[in-house]
Design a protein around this ligand. Structure first.
Ligand code: FE2
Length: 211
């Protein structure tokens, strides 16, 4: 068979050019477009000083909420004892609720023109919640550790709710009151009831009132 005319063969240079255009461009590095701590102001009718103050408050609550979220997953995996199934399920429910809170807080920081803390190393440097041991703990220790973490988040959220209301940042105030505070309070109730020392099967007759 005679060879095809040269113009019907794709030229090697054309092949190479096409493939190059399809290949991902890797190892790209340049300066950040916004350094952490600097604001990229959006037109939301709040002044820069107010936005900066709210961003700082929210990043602390974000770091602590991410730590509390991860504490729930740790305890979900490491649950032990005869209440294993119940606690295993409850811890994961609360974990998922904290995931939703973390996303709402982080996105509020971004829309205020700030940068939300994201990576574990930055969370570890920022959080006020004490680091738990890597090992497995008894259920009552897990439960009381969670309650202390919730109380810390609630304290800083209430202070931040007051400050953001005073600064007329009602969007941040609403997020803190309607989502962060209410969710954490409800979770405290569900966790705390597991630490009320009542008999599981037989009522304690020794403590019953005599008639
Ligand atoms: Fe799981």
């Amino acid at each position: 068979m005679p060879n095809k005319p040269a113009h019907e063969h794709p030229q090697p240079s054309e092949n190479e050019a096409g493939a190059e255009r399809s290949e991902p461009v890797l190892h790209q590095h340049t300066r950040e477009i916004q350094p952490f701590g600097r604001i990229a102001k959006l037109s939301i009718a709040l002044d820069e000083k107010t936005c900066l103050a709210s961003i700082e408050l929210l990043n602390q609550i974000l770091a602590d909420s991410m730590t509390l979220r991860d504490l729930y997953k740790k305890h979900h995996w490491q649950a032990a004892g005869h209440t294993f199934y119940q606690l295993h399920m409850l811890f994961d429910k609360h974990y998922n609720e904290q995931v939703a809170l973390v996303d709402a807080i982080a996105e509020r920081i971004q829309l205020l023109g700030g940068i939300s803390i994201a990576m574990a190393a930055d969370v570890a440097e920022t959080t006020m919640i004490p680091r738990p041991p890597r090992g497995r703990e008894e259920a009552p220790v897990q439960l009381s550790r969670l309650l202390e973490a919730h109380e810390l988040v609630l304290k800083e959220s209430r202070t931040s709710a007051r400050l953001t209301a005073e600064a007329a940042d009602y969007g941040t105030n609403d997020l803190l009151v309607s989502q962060v505070i209410r969710t954490n309070e409800l979770q405290v109730w569900f966790i705390a009831e597991h630490l009320v020392d009542v008999p599981l099967v037989r009522a304690d007759s020794a403590k019953a009132p005599t008639t």
